[in-house]
Design a protein around this ligand. Structure first.
Ligand code: SAM
Length: 222
């Protein structure tokens, strides 16, 4: 095991286990190969929710509803989550899970390609966005994510280091992964260089970026 894997394993061993039905949902998702947020990444996500205390949360990438249900545990009861999912099958599963865990009044799942469904969301509405869908699309989601977020809003982007592949030069990456590699690099460049954003890139889980939309800069152009 290399040094980074040892660190990750140690950090993960410190993550709190989910209790009851949420824990079962997590274990079931992992067992069936559904990609869900990693334990060490969800610990970071929850701290950001507790700090920001958002009333409206946007999630891109619902899968079976695990992370949106998890997030409700760190939000006030009147907070609302809108979560976007491409797959009809996963949307149906997520809705069932959300209902079973009694969260249907707090979480709305919208089915469709986020590149399209995002466009239907209103301006200046959300205080927090968790971006966890198709990695090659993050760069294309960003203008709409910025449009729907309020000034001071927070964006948490997951899986931004792509198992370390993002660090490699374009030519060392397998051809089939080059599009994701190049677009993720571009996304990270924009997150860290656009005047509207202040971003920290963290090697937590598969890499997370925490970005804050600067209050006075919402109008700059990408
Ligand atoms: C990593 S999983 C989300 C995991 C979830 N956030 C969790 O931690 O429980 C990514 C999800 O994004 C969905 N997805 C992929 N492309 C999408 C798109 N263009 N629009 C909306 N969802 C998409 C996939 O179907 C998948 O369920």
């Amino acid at each position: 095991m290399n040094e980074f894997a040892r660190i990750t394993s140690f950090v993960r061993s410190m993550a709190k286990e989910d209790a009851g039905a949420l824990g079962e949902l997590y274990r079931d998702a992992v067992k069936h190969g559904v990609p869900v947020i990693r334990p060490e990444a969800r610990e970071l996500l929850k701290t950001q929710l507790l700090l920001k205390k958002p009333k409206r949360v946007l999630e891109i990438g619902t899968a079976v509803g695990y992370s949106s249900i998890y997030m409700t545990g760190f939000l006030s009861e009147d907070a609302q989550i809108t979560t976007l999912e491409l797959s009809e099958e996963r949307t149906a599963e997520a809705r069932t899970n959300i209902k079973q865990l009694g969260k249907e009044m707090q979480i709305q799942v919208i089915c469709g390609d986020a590149a399209e469904t995002l466009k239907e969301l209103p301006d200046d509405t959300y205080e927090f966005a968790f971006v966890d869908a198709a990695k090659a699309q993050y760069i294309y989601y960003l203008p709409d994510v910025l449009r729907v977020l309020k000034p001071g809003g927070v964006i948490v982007s997951d899986n931004i280091l792509q198992e370390g592949e993002v660090l490699e030069s374009h030519f060392l990456v397998e051809k089939r992964n080059r599009t994701i590699h190049d677009r993720m690099r571009e996304y990270l460049y924009v997150l860290t260089h656009d005047d509207r954003l202040e971003t920290a890139i963290l090697p937590v889980g598969d890499g997370m970026a925490i970005s804050v939309v600067r209050e006075l800069c919402k109008e700059s152009v990408l």
